[in-house]
Ligand binder design. Structure first.
Ligand code: GLU
Ligand code: ZN
Length: 295
């Protein structure tokens, strides 16, 4: 576990404008970082070209600015990080931890159990040498439990071999996957604390496996609720996916604050007043847990 200064981050995917779910992740990660006297970095996760919407990254940055978020250092763009991902892949190859997979979706679906995040890859191609051609590349995962203490969700334990199987780190179309990119970049940016939505809780054990394989430190994790609001009601996809209005920061910030279980702020007349209130009054211990999540 990292010791010393706190460095957090917000890492949106520019697949559209900032929506309420990502505002919650931005706010939670920001207040935790500032509450610890730490830094807060930004990373645009545009590693997957088909998911990237032209102009969305700029809209996200301008929205964060309009909302009064202040980030440290330059913004890191995953689309400019191919060399670092290739180096990581090469290292995994040297350690004999990756292999080429030529299975079709159909073949996997026919033989696989369902795990935490879709079918558990049954390992058909294990032992197949890595070719240069356009094939998917999978990481050979260890058959043991990964355990970590999430600051929001408590202890999480997962055997990645049983729950996911060997997972893809580079797709057949040459695109490095989120799991690989996020691990390489969290380490490159020196992130000590990851605060993000609990929709990614199931990914964390895979990321820890990759950190261990690449000999990188494991940051602390805090996964924020995404399923329920502060009142215990289920949020619909629609509510979470609603784009937020860049011209009306205050109501959106207050709604995100409320969603994170923080007490009613009283009357606020400006974004500046919101930030003074929030930086003084924030407490991560009030964040509601995700009910019903089973790792
Ligand atoms: N880019 C991811 C998203 O927007 C978040 C990744 C992360 O925080 O690890 O959902
Ligand atoms: Zn295969």
């Amino acid at each position: 576990m990292p010791a010393g200064p706190y460095r957090g981050r917000f890492a949106p995917t520019p697949s559209g404008p900032l929506h309420f779910g990502s505002l919650v992740a931005a706010l939670g990660s920001y207040l935790e970082a500032r509450g610890h006297g730490g830094e807060w970095l930004l990373r645009i996760e545009d590693v997957d070209p088909p998911r990237v919407v032209a102009g969305a990254a700029d809209v996200i940055l301008r929205t964060l600015e309009a909302f009064g978020f202040e980030w440290d250092g330059p913004v890191l763009y995953q689309s400019r990080r191919q060399a670092a991902y290739r180096d990581a892949l090469e290292r995994l190859r040297r350690e004999d931890l990756i292999y080429a997979c030529t299975c079709s979706r159909k073949r996997i679906a026919a033989s696989a159990r369902r795990g935490v995040d879709g079918p558990v890859y049954p390992g058909h191609c294990r032992g197949r040498p890595l070719e240069r051609e356009a094939v998917a590349v999978r990481l050979r995962v260890p058959d043991r439990r990964i355990v970590f203490d999430d600051a929001g969700q408590g202890r999480v334990a997962c055997n990645v071999a049983a729950e996911c199987g060997d997972f893809v780190v580079r797709r057949a179309d040459g695109v490095f996957t989120y799991q690989l990119a996020v691990v390489v970049d969290d380490a490159a940016q020196g992130i000590t604390h990851v605060v993000r939505g609990a929709d990614l809780l199931a990914s964390t054990p895979r990321q820890i496996v990759l950190q261990q394989a690449l000999d990188l430190p494991t940051p602390h994790y805090l996964h924020l609720p995404v399923v329920l609001d502060a009142h215990g009601d289920k949020l619909s996809k629609q509510t979470l996916a609603q784009p937020i209005d860049r011209r009306a920061p205050l109501p959106a910030l207050i709604a995100a604050w409320d969603f994170l279980g923080q007490p009613p702020p009283g009357r606020l007349d400006s974004v500046q007043e919101f930030w003074s209130m929030a930086l003084a009054g924030w407490s991560a211990s009030r964040i509601p847990r995700v009910r019903g999540y089973r790792p």
